[in-house]
Write a protein that binds this ligand. Structure first.
Ligand code: BGC
Length: 901
């Protein structure tokens, strides 16, 4: 390996390479440099492990990759701490063992990158399967074993690859076909609007429900690719599709089956008017209102070959949506869990109410036996009246009511396909006889983003908070981030989306989901650069309130920060620029005077213009940073200048030197200014005013709305006031998160207030859950190092506030697990951290009030008499700064114990 091939790891910098000759460097890995042990003594015992967690476009073995240069990711493993990758090799092949490298053999690439590696082989073809693997070299040039083989399937790249026609109107569509040989490979590509269920020879393909994702259908329509090889056989076959209306409010199907037979023959079958169509047992379906199903109208065998469909009319050609067909490359909505009800009550004769014990999105599965024609009615709600009856008032116009009409054939089990509800309680009426607890099961339904985070602490209220945040968050992921899951909205309100994005990223694997969502945002942008409050746009205005519109730059930026995603910045750069230029065109002397909602649902509202101008400033700064990241230097300077102008205007317009406040002195107003360091020395008063307002005027309670709340917690921690942030987080009286929990919340409420009437008061609204990122960052101490991306460098700085005795958090990043668990006594602090291989960390051990400090790591002393003692591998050094001992480490697991008097 040449010197130039060495990764530019900062670990080398930490060591101050000046003193070490280049030839020495070439035989030593960082871990050995750190530990002072020559490489030859340990190389035989260990080395790099095979890369794991192979991902393509953030997904595991995705189907339907439809871009020319998909990106690859892997997680490094090593037996030693402090290691980094010095080179990698990727091989992409058409053979399942990925030996030939006939599509791409990257060769040995000198690079420390293990994420966001763009494909650079031969042009990928439509509708093919590709296999890939990777190996890596560590810093000493030791080679890892090859990874296991991963795969990806390409979708249909071109419009001309689609052979079928849009058909529809009726909700059941079928087609039989014969195959003259055994099937070696078969793929189904389906765009079925509003929702579809695809069945082949009597079996459902895949486990998606409420599919495809909701998009702005005249801009982009998502199709889904399934491997259906095992579904088909020689001889007669049947393909059957049920359609629901969903958000499309109509029905349209485009389907293509591409089949290869063992003898090499290619067979293609597509939707057209030779299909047969009929209306099946679903006689009403609506997202808000529910589904009605008449089992008497079932036609058994309709999804298998040999069914007599002569009486079925031909399917009609329909216009179909205007949008571009694009592959759905994100976790689909699925039935993720099944809940057993806690109890059943019988508040009135014939009325049975099931309590699921948890508010969630989904539906109920009904188990029933009774006479033909019995109509069982299921109604859903988040709330009950005192008399035990269902309270649906806060659902507003959403009916949330399913019907199942029995066929009278023994035990019948049913669940809806094309609706979902947000509920904790299910009311059953019309049930033949008395239901049992077993008659109902809750089916938890949402976008199946993988849970990747955990947080726990010694304070119960915080564990309760984490629980209601994560339930609220996941059950509001329905292919877009929704505001709520129950009433007549369930919209992609962008303010809610941006406010919760960091929390969502810590708790769930959101990378592919947000990749799609920012495209959803781009889809609504008009020529003037304006975007809309909700995406897809149904509710709210165009232009979006700047606090809502900021979702576009901010979520793109979070994707860069948390996933190291520069492509998202490139892909959306023009859109983001257009958006910020639109804001500029409406600014008056650097101030955005207009707003739609401002700091929404605050107790004390800050001026809307201040909130808008804050976000205008934030967006300009993001633009400047994004431009820098992708090398658009001239633009970076342009937006730095714009940001400086807005900052000056903000101070001019909103700072009141007489009171020392921004705006009207609400918590939010001062927080917005301070969070982005807007005050200069001249505006020194705001911090003191804010502190007084929280502590003295409001007894450590917030008065902020959804945006002020996010930034105030982070601001307090950043300014050394974690104790105060902690006090706020632990409150249980109004207004606080604890107040919600003490009043029975199992998901976050929309309002700080407890309301249950017909007004706006959702009981599953994730937006106040922005505090979730604070739990991870402040209490579990997991932070991106400033100016870095993709967890290449982590700062573990847990805030050991007040009476908190321990806390832990972990999150699975693009580079692997990042975790921190700490505990303390009066005289000791223990911090255990996990740093991905190839990453670096700073571990901050606060001295608290402990004297005569000694610190060990893995049992060996690493700090004594105020000095760092080299020894354990992977630790580059330490310093005593700002009340803490700070260790620099490379990748690996470390257990630091600080002890003293
Ligand atoms: C939604 C919010 C949204 C707001 C806009 C409400 O109806 O539920 O969460 O952000 O409108 O002001």
């Amino acid at each position: 390996m040449t010197a130039s091939a060495r990764p530019k790891s900062n670990i080398f910098l930490i060591l101050g390479l000046g003193a070490i000759g280049l030839s020495t460097l070439m035989t030593l890995s960082p871990v050995h440099l750190l530990a002072g042990i020559p490489a030859s003594q340990t190389a035989a015992d260990g080395g790099p492990l095979a890369p794991t967690a192979l991902r393509c476009e953030y997904l595991e073995n995705p189907m339907g990759i439809d871009m020319a240069k998909p990106r690859f990711f892997w997680v490094l493993g090593h037996t030693e701490r402090g290691q980094v990758q010095s080179a990698y090799q990727i091989v992409v092949s058409t053979d399942p063992r990925a030996v030939t490298g006939d599509v791409w053999d990257s060769g040995k690439v000198a690079s420390s990158k293990s994420v966001q590696i763009a494909f650079a082989g031969k042009a990928l073809e439509s509708g093919k399967t590709y296999f890939w693997k990777v190996r890596s070299w560590d810093c000493e040039g030791r080679e890892s074993p090859w990874s296991a083989v991963a795969r990806f399937d390409t979708g249909l790249f071109n419009k001309s690859d689609w052979k079928g026609a849009w058909i529809g109107t009726k909700n059941q569509l079928r087609k039989e076909f014969a195959l003259k040989g055994r099937v070696s490979r078969a793929r189904a590509h389906i765009a079925g609007l509003g929702y579809y269920e695809l069945r082949l020879n009597g079996r459902k393909a895949g486990n998606h429900v409420l599919d495809p994702a909701w998009t702005t259908y005249d801009k982009r329509v998502l199709y889904v690719t399934y491997d259906v090889t095992s579904f088909l056989r020689e001889g007669g076959n049947a393909v059957a599709v049920t359609l629901g209306q969903g958000w499309y409010k109509s029905r349209a199907l485009l389907l293509q089956l591409d089949i290869e037979l063992e003898d090499g023959t290619a067979v293609s079958l597509a939707s057209d008017t030779s299909w047969r169509a009929a209306d099946g047992p679903i006689f009403a379906d609506s997202v808000y209102d529910g589904e009605s199903y008449d089992a008497r109208r079932e036609t058994p065998g309709w999804d298998r070959p040999g069914f007599d469909d002569k009486a079925w009319p031909a399917a009609e050609a329909v216009k179909g949506p205007a949008g571009v067909l694009s592959a759905q490359l994100m976790p689909a909505i699925q039935v993720v869990d099944t809940i057993v009800p806690l109890k059943m009550s019988n508040p009135l004769p014939g009325v049975y109410v099931f309590d699921m014990g948890q508010n969630f999105s989904g539906w109920a599965r009904l188990r029933v036996e009774g006479p033909l024609g019995t109509d069982v009615r299921l109604r859903f709600a988040e709330l009950l009246y005192d008399n035990g009856m269902l309270n649906q008032e806060n659902l507003r116009s959403a009916q949330a009511e399913d019907h199942y009409i029995l066929k009278g054939a023994g035990e019948e089990v049913w669940e809806p396909r094309f609706t979902y509800h947000g509920f904790r309680y299910v009311e059953v009426t019309g049930f033949p006889g008395t239901p049992k607890l077993d008659s109902i099961r809750g089916r938890v339904v949402h976008s199946a983003v993988e849970p990747i985070g955990s947080f726990a602490a010694s304070k119960d209220i915080l564990n309760g908070l984490q629980r209601i945040i994560t339930w609220g968050q996941k059950t509001n992921l329905h292919s877009i981030p929704t505001d709520c899951d129950q009433r007549d909205e369930r919209m992609g309100w962008m303010g809610d989306a941006q406010g919760t994005a960091e929390e969502a990223i810590m708790n769930f694997d959101m990378a592919a989901f947000y990749t799609n969502f920012v495209r959803d945002i781009r889809d609504v942008q008009d020529e003037k650069g304006r975007i809309t409050d909700t995406v897809p746009h149904i509710w709210g205005s165009r232009p979006a309130d700047p606090a809502w519109g900021t979702a576009y730059p901010l979520i793109c930026w979070y994707m860069y920060q948390y996933y190291g995603d520069t492509r998202v910045l490139e892909e959306h750069y023009d859109g983001l620029k257009k958006y910020v230029e639109f804001l500029r065109s409406t600014a008056e002397n650097g101030v955005l005077k207009w707003f739609n909602y401002g700091d929404w649902v605050a107790i004390e509202k800050c001026p809307g213009a201040l909130t808008s101008t804050f976000y205008y400033y934030y967006d300009a700064r993001i633009m400047a940073d994004a431009a820098r990241v992708i090398g658009k230097t001239a633009d970076a300077a342009l937006y730095d200048k714009l940001a400086a102008e807005i900052r000056a205007a903000f101070n001019r317009e909103f700072y009141d030197p007489k009171t020392g406040n921004y705006g009207d002195g609400t918590q939010a107003a001062n927080t917005f200014a301070l969070f982005l360091d807007i005050p200069t020395e001249k505006q020194g008063g705001a911090w003191g005013r804010l502190f007084d307002d929280i502590v003295y005027k409001h007894d450590s309670h917030l008065t902020t709305g959804i945006f002020g709340t996010k930034y105030i917690m982070e601001l307090l921690t950043r300014t050394g006031n974690s104790d105060l942030a902690y006090d706020i987080a632990c409150k249980t009286d109004f207004p606080s998160w604890g107040y919600m929990i003490q009043n029975g919340a199992t998901t976050l409420w929309e309002l700080w207030n407890k309301r249950e009437g017909p007004s706006m008061n959702s009981h599953n609204h994730p937006m106040f859950g922005s505090v979730g990122s604070w739990l991870y960052k402040a209490l579990a101490g997991i932070n991106l190092a400033p100016g870095t991306s993709g967890f290449e460098k982590v700062v573990f700085a847990p805030q050991m506030a007040r009476d908190l005795r321990h806390a832990s958090g972990s999150t699975r990043t693009v580079r692997g697990e990042v975790a921190c668990a700490w505990s303390r006594t009066e005289t000791s602090v223990r911090i255990e951290v996990t740093v991905p291989v190839g990453a670096e960390a700073e571990v901050v051990l606060p001295k608290l009030n402990i004297r005569d400090i000694q610190i060990s790591e893995g049992g060996k002393t690493v700090w004594a008499d105020g000095k760092f003692l080299a020894g354990p591998s992977g630790i580059a050094g330490a310093e005593d700064k700002d009340g803490a001992i700070r260790f620099k480490t490379g990748g690996g697991r470390y257990v630091f114990v600080l002890e003293g008097k």
